[in-house]
Design a protein around this ligand. Structure first.
Ligand SMILES: [Zn+2]
Length: 114
């Protein structure tokens, strides 16, 4: 016998159930403001079962899932790959001035041409 379910889909962060059971992200001390898109959640439901609360979620692009963003003139950090001294690539957080960052999503690569 199938379990009862009431699955709803969400078109985006403005959908009624987009943030059901999605916790607010704790603020990382270096970030300034709640992300205007996910309002501090960092992700939202694209599909949720209102009976079992099983859900599929989507990571928020503008804040890369952090829930918080940098504002003003503070440098903006983003994931980057660098060569370590022993010759292996590794992940680092690279910081660039706010003025060099476009309005597009960081994850799409939004650095402005110099
Ligand atoms: Zn966000």
């Amino acid at each position: 016998m199938p379990h009862a379910s009431d699955i709803v889909t969400c078109d985006g962060p403005d959908s009624p159930h987009a943030f059901d059971i999605v916790p607010l992200k704790p603020r990382n001390g270096s970030l300034d403001a709640q992300c205007p898109v996910c309002r501090g959640h960092g992700e939202w439901n694209v599909e949720i079962d209102l009976v079992s609360f099983r859900c599929k979620r989507m990571i928020c692009d503008p804040c890369l899932g952090a829930g918080w963003i940098e504002t003003g003139s503070d440098p903006v950090g983003f994931p980057d790959i660098e060569m370590s001294p022993d010759g292996h690539p590794h992940w680092v957080v690279a910081y660039v001035p706010r003025k060099d960052v476009g309005e597009k999503n960081v994850s799409d690569g939004n650095l402005l041409a110099p």
